[in-house]
Design a protein around this ligand. Structure first.
Ligand code: NAP
Length: 309
């Protein structure tokens, strides 16, 4: 017989770990399944300045604290990839390692990084999606960051402390990231902003990135920028395979669920960035985690299936 939990949470980011914390405090047995790294995308954020009461904490530190808090409360947390869910009573969750049963399921699967779709992006070394993870490899060298959101601005600031030169390439003349970050970047002498510019091609030699063919959208000029690394920060798309398989995703892969985090499927809840919503922030991910856990606990109390021994 599969090991049984009241609630299984898919995803060990802020939404999933907050859900685990709330569900454990409500006395439910909880399993968190995470396929990649605990903390989700926040773990690679250089510095989190907007989480209430903990200003200036690194994403990795915040993720570690969330993990330890949920684990200390008795949540079981496993690094396993969920391959399949059978939505019955109880539900069966099959991973690459084991199969489990549960009464309620919370999908907190988050987002994954978008790519530029350029030839060589998958194969050249020097292409990165995580400045915190890979920035140190390019100490005192020239790098570029692509994107105009908070991730791009934060990455450029982080890299400006390490690298000789940082060029921030953005396709528009305005940045959607926070003005406070843009203001800080403009003060850095080793940072060049290239607005209204796109990357048309990646140049490489011996398998390593050597430069970028740019296109200035105002003049049509196509300069070559020599760089040792490109940090792509062009947004994210939802991790939607599981939600699509469960028929709870919309066409874009996000999960329609109201403020109570209930999806269209019985006993399945959605929390965090994978849910359809207007504001995707750490604070709203944690809020979703709490709400989804409370809804899932009510569901367990009402419908929970205690398997026979
Ligand atoms: P984002 O806000 O969606 O920004 C993505 C950026 O990439 C946009 O500037 C977009 O350009 C650009 N882009 C998209 N596709 C592109 C392409 N094919 N070629 C070139 N550029 C492309 O993504 P994000 O910065 O990762 O942020 C995601 C969410 O997390 C946001 O809600 C953000 O506020 C939040 N976040 C918050 C913090 C924080 O500390 N507050 C830190 C990181 C992230 P356009 O502007 O032209 O669309």
């Amino acid at each position: 017989m599969n090991e049984y939990f009241d609630i299984i949470i898919v995803g060990g980011g802020p939404a999933g770990l907050t859900a685990a914390l709330y569900a454990r405090r409500a006395g439910k047995s909880v399993l968190v399944l995470e396929k990649a790294g605990i903390g989700g995308q926040i773990a690679s954020s250089p510095r989190v300045e907007n989480f209430p009461a903990v200003p200036g904490v690194s994403g990795a530190e915040l993720a570690d604290r969330l993990y330890r808090q949920a684990e200390a409360l008795g949540a079981r947390i496993e690094l396993e990839e969920v391959l399949e869910v059978q939505n019955g009573a109880p539900k069966t969750v099959v991973t690459d390692y084991a199969a489990y049963s549960c009464a309620a399921l919370i999908l907190a699967t988050g987002m994954t990084h978008r790519t530029l779709g350029l030839p060589g992006e998958d194969t050249l070394s020097g292409i990165s999606f995580c400045a915190v993870c890979d920035g140190a490899f390019y100490e005192n060298r020239s790098v570029a960051v692509c994107g105009g959101g908070n991730t791009a601005l934060q990455d450029a600031l982080f890299l400006a402390d390490l690298c000789r030169r940082v060029t921030l390439i953005h396709r528009r003349d305005t940045f959607r990231g926070d003005p406070i970050l843009l203001k800080a970047l403009k003060k850095r002498e080793n940072v060049t902003l290239l607005p209204e510019t796109v990357i048309d091609a990646l140049q490489g030699r011996d398998g390593a990135l050597t430069g970028l063919t740019l296109r200035d959208l105002r003049t049509g000029e196509e300069p070559l920028l020599a760089v040792d690394a490109l940090f792509e920060a062009v947004g994210q798309t939802p991790e939607s395979a599981l939600a699509r398989a469960l028929a709870v995703a919309d066409d874009g892969g996000f999960i329609p669920a109201g403020e109570d985090c209930r999806t269209g499927a019985d006993g399945i809840f959605a929390a965090g960035d994978c849910r359809c919503k207007a504001v995707r922030q750490l604070t709203t991910a944690c809020a979703d985690g709490a709400v989804a856990a409370i809804a899932a606990c009510s569901y367990c109390d009402r419908e929970g299936t205690i398997p026979s021994a």
